[in-house]
Structures are given as structure tokens and as C-alpha cells.
Ligand binder design. Structure first.
Ligand code: GLC
Length: 549
């Protein structure tokens, strides 16, 4: 595929993105950690031009920069280098070239709200109140002492990972702000040299061939100019939710900074950004969507597995995003328990196939998380022995806040190390990796992996599934979610049975001269091409897609 072809510049709308957690994807040198060469060696799985691969259009790499790993790479010590454990700049450029040669774009994770406390900027900034980096972070004096002699904090803000958002720095005799861990000081986006330096980071990676960026917690870049306390709020679990976060994020100045960043990304055709909305509402998300750019609003991630919950959330988002904002759809990522585990039920992998169908056919860009194509489940890692530092700080109020469980090694084939490593994997492989792996699932036409391939390749061949309008239809059964995707003159219908029992449904008619539906794919192996009756009975947990005929 010619990636400079202008008809391909909306790839981020039509295509499917695959998130790679580099540490866990494939290890090429036996040190137990995944690396860039490992990714390069496994590109065939993602896109080899045939339906034997997943049919992916872009990979998003979670951070690959040098990092002391207090937040597993989301604490960046150098924005323009590659961590030696993952590879080198040359290795990265080789990977980009290999991806581009097969029509795969490359998206990097940009963590610009905060750096690592080991970043040279912070080392200089914390050393004293003078010097060129003095104002690169958010420093404040203590407003005095409490009756017990403790230093008062500049305001009431909390760290998302627990405790106050302020840490004392003796060298400056001041507090610095950190929305996340103390090892992740927040950058001062109101200071022009900081903005210039961060835009330079974007330029550097664009010049190295990167096609787009995921913007980590972008809506926290700016804080209230006077750093006023947040108003209190009643209810919710944990101190973070006992305040309304009106002053520590979603500030009006963000719009200008995002526009600068997007303009830079758009300088070469085909660029995109996807912003991670941090702890925000659908309405906030809608306000941030810009032409050519996406926002993760996580509408789908928190839902229980019912057709009503999904139908309601999808309708609410369609309304908020009307008329032309484009959603990003995601069911799993590196921060949440894997969805095959969340939805696990008596039906084994059947729900994972229904979920895959939803992801691949819903209006919006699907984001897959490595391993979900195998219906990989969550690892059992007690918080006390978790590798992810925030998990070890997690209170009993948040037992689910253990992200190691979703970050286990990818399983490529049966045998020790699962084809992930010849060494000691940094987290254990799933207990079922001997059967739940790429090689084994590839030989089984009924596997979740085979289903992902079929459904994504159908999407690739069906423009109405990529860019069509969407309307939810009433099927007459509350456990079945169905929707029609339409472009001028073409339509597709998707019906998803969320229940562990058969369901009889009615389908609406197709389009104009083609009022009927011909079956394209069904998880129950119905014959493709068969005309569908207006009323039909779905098997339990059946997903089907039919095309207007
Ligand atoms: C985002 C990342 C998460 C990280 C946090 C702080 O939410 O997805 O992994 O811990 O930002 O950078």
C-alpha cells in the first residue's frame, strides 16, 4: 500500500489500531522483556496483506523511552530516545520502515503532562529557584505550618495514585505538583519554553517517520492559573473522588495548546492524535474531538455485559458526537482488567467473539489491545507482589487497581516461554498459554483469533462498516443489540446476542433497491450469502453481520 496516497489519509477513521505493550509482546534477546526487534519479528501476525493476518492498519506502542519505571514507562526520562532495554533509535527507524512497507502506521505514546523525576529538566529544576529550568515544573511555597508544625500544602489537590498531589523539595524549600506519583512531576505548560520543547519532541518523532500519537492524560496539561483548591464533593470511593476536579484539569487554555500540537502533526498528510481523556465525561470528550483527531472517552470500558448497557451508552455517545465527530472504541488497555476476563461467563469464549464483533463494526475506530485477539484472560497477581508500583500503593478500596493482571506476556506458541521469551518472562504467562496462543488458535477455525481475523477482514472489504452512519434498531428482544451501518446506497446490519439463551428478533429492511439482507458472517457458522428472513432466531451468544442485498 502506498502510504503517501492521499486517499489513505483518513486511515485513522477506516482502519483498526492495535496497542502493543512493548515489554510484553515479544522478546528477541532472552532477557524476559519484550523489545522492538521482537515486534519487528512478529509483524506478519498483524498485517501480511492476507486474511491469515489480523488485518491491522496501525500499531500504537506504549512508551518506549528511557524510564526508571516508577509508572512502567509513563515516567519518561528522555523524550527523544529509546530505552536500551527495548532497542536503539536505529532499531526504531528499522521497525518504522518495516511497518510502512506493509501498510502499517506507527503511533507513539506521548506522556506530556509529566516527566520522570529523573528527567534532566527536573533534576535542574529541583536544584534551586534560579537557573533556566526553574519554572519548568509547578513549584509553590508552603503557606505556613499547621498547629502540629507540619507544612501546609499549597492546595487540596490529590494524587490519582493516592496521597496529596504535592511533595516537598528541601533543595528549593518548595512543594512540586504531581497528579500521579511523586516520581512524575507535572510540567508547567504555561511556561513558553516548556511548550516549545514538547512541540520539538513531536517534531523529532514525526521526522523519524512516526504517523501519530496517543496523548496520555492530555486534559490535565493545564491547571487553574492560581492553583485554587477543588470544591468538595460528597460520595464516591477514595479521596480522589471526594472533590470536583474543576481546577486541576479541563482548563480553557488547553484548546490553544492542542491546536498547536495538531497543526504540527497535520503538517505531513496522514498524521493523527488520539487523546486519552483522563477521568472525564462524554461531554468533555465531545468538546475535544477535532477534525482528523480522536479522543478516548472510555464509554464502553466500564459497562456491564448487557445489551441494554451497551445500547444506552452507544446512543448517548452518538448523540453527544453528532453530527460528525468520530469516536474511538476500546474495550481493553494496559490500565484495566482485560475484557475477556471482565465478561467471562458460562459460555467460555463466546462473549469474546461477540465483543470482537462489536468493536470491529461499531461506528468509530477500533483499538485492540495485544492478546485480546486470543481472548487472553487476566493474570492473578496479588497487590502485595505486583510489579506495577501504583498497585502496591493501592488501598483496599481499589483491589482492582492492579494493572499487572492485564500486562502479561503475549503467547505465540505452546511450550516454555510461549514463544514470548527464551528466558524468564518479567510476568508469568497465562496458565492456559499452552492452548491459548497464536499458533494453536490459528489452526482452529472456531477460535477467537480466527474470528477476529474474519471480522476485521470483512470490515476492510465493507465501506459501510468503516465509515457508515449508525442507527440502533429495536429487535424486540432486550438482550440483543442490533444496529445498521449505512453509506449512500449500501448498508450492513449487526446483531449481537448478549444472552446465554437463544433470542428471536426482527430485523429492519435494508436500503432502497436492496431491502433484504444476505448473511456475511456468523459466530455459529451459518452459510455466507444466505438471505436472512425478517424474523430470525439467534443462538445463545451469537453475533452476526449481514449485508444489504
Ligand atoms: C495514563 C496511562 C497510565 C499512566 C497514567 C499516568 O492513564 O494510561 O498507564 O499510569 O496515564 O501517566
Amino acid at each position: 500500500m502506498d502510504l503517501t496516497d492521499s486517499s489513505q489519509t483518513d486511515w485513522w477513521r477506516r482502519g483498526v489500531v492495535y496497542q502493543i505493550y512493548p515489554r510484553s509482546f515479544a522478546d528477541s534477546n532472552g532477557d524476559g522483556l519484550g523489545d522492538l526487534a521482537g515486534i519487528e519479528a512478529h509483524l506478519d501476525h498483524l498485517q501480511d496483506g492476507t486474511a491469515g493476518s489480523l488485518g491491522i492498519d496501525a500499531i500504537w506502542l506504549s512508551p518506549i523511552y528511557p524510564s526508571p519505571d516508577f509508572d512502567m514507562g509513563y515516567d519518561v526520562a528522555d523524550y527523544v530516545d529509546v530505552d536500551p532495554r527495548y532497542g536503539t533509535i536505529e532499531g526504531f527507524e528499522r521497525l518504522v520502515a518495516a511497518c510502512h512497507a506493509r501498510g502499517l502506521r506507527v503511533i507513539l505514546d506521548l506522556v506530556l503532562n509529566h516527566s520522570s523525576s529523573r528527567h534532566a529538566w527536573f533534576t535542574a529544576s529541583r536544584a534551586g529557584r534560579d537557573g533556566p529550568y526553574a519554572d519548568w515544573y509547578l513549584w509553590r511555597d508552603s503557606p505556613g505550618r499547621t498547629l502540629t508544625g507540619k507544612r501546609r500544602l499549597p492546595n487540596n489537590w490529590r494524587s490519582f495514585f493516592g496521597g496529596p498531589a504535592w511533595t516537598w523539595e528541601p533543595a528549593r524549600e518548595q512543594f512540586y505538583l504531581h497528579t500521579f506519583l511523586p516520581e512524575q512531576p507535572d510540567l508547567n505548560w504555561r511556561h513558553p519554553p516548556v511548550r516549545a520543547a514538547l512541540l520539538d519532541v513531536v517534531r523529532t518523532w514525526r521526522d523519524r517517520g512516526v504517523d501519530g500519537f496517543r496523548l496520555d492524560v492530555f486534559n490535565t496539561y493545564f491547571k487553574d492559573a492560581q492553583l485554587r483548591s477543588n470544591p468538595r464533593r460528597v460520595g464516591g470511593r477514595g479521596a480522589w473522588s471526594w472533590q470536583r476536579h474543576v481546577n486541576d484539569r479541563n482548563q480553557p487554555e488547553l484548546a490553544g495548546a492542542l491546536a498547536d500540537l495538531r497543526r504540527l502533526v497535520d503538517e505531513h498528510p496522514g498524521g493523527m492524535t488520539v487523546g486519552e481523556l483522563f477521568d472525564g465525561k462524554l461531554q468533555d470528550a465531545a468538546g475535544y474531538v477535532a477534525p482528523h483527531h480522536l479522543i478516548f472517552d472510555f464509554t464502553l470500558i466500564g459497562l456491564p455485559w448487557t445489551a441494554a448497557a451497551f445500547g444506552g451508552a452507544i446512543a448517548a455517545r452518538d448523540a453527544a458526537f453528532r453530527p460528525d465527530r468520530w469516536p474511538a472504541n476500546v474495550l481493553s488497555n494496559h490500565d484495566q482488567p482485560r475484557h475477556a476476563g471482565r465478561y467471562d461467563g458460562p459460555s467460555g469464549d463466546a462473549r469474546a467473539k461477540v465483543a470482537a464483533t462489536l468493536l470491529a463494526t461499531l461506528r468509530g475506530t477500533p483499538f485492540l489491545y495485544y492478546g485480546e485477539e486470543l481472548a487472553q484472560r487476566n493474570l492473578v497477581v496479588p497487590n502485595a507482589v505486583a510489579i506495577d508500583p501504583p498497585a502496591r500503593r493501592a488501598s483496599f478500596l481499589f483491589p482492582w487497581w492492579n494493572r499487572d493482571q492485564a500486562r502479561g506476556p503475549m503467547a505465540w506458541r505452546p511450550g516454555p516461554g510461549g514463544g514470548f521469551t527464551t528466558g524468564d518472562p518479567w510476568l508469568p504467562l497465562s496458565p492456559d498459554a499452552a492452548t491459548r496462543n497464536v499458533e494453536t488458535e490459528s489452526t482452529d477455525p472456531g477460535s477467537v483469533l480466527s474470528w477476529y481475523r474474519r471480522v476485521i477482514w470483512l470490515r476492510r472489504a465493507t465501506p459501510q462498516l468503516q465509515v457508515g452512519d449508525q442507527s440502533i434498531v429495536d429487535t424486540g428482544d432486550r438482550d440483543v443489540l442490533a444496529y445498521v451501518r449505512r453509506t449512500e446506497g449500501a448498508a450492513a446490519v449487526v446483531a449481537l446476542n448478549f444472552a446465554d439463551r437463544p433470542a428471536t428478533i426482527r430485523l429492519p429492511s435494508g436500503v432502497g433497491a436492496a431491502p433484504g439482507w444476505a448473511l456475511a458472517l456468523s459466530t455459529q457458522g451459518r452459510d455466507p450469502g444466505t438471505p436472512l428472513p425478517a424474523e430470525l432466531t439467534l443462538d445463545s451468544n451469537e453475533a452476526l453481520i449481514a449485508i444489504g442485498s
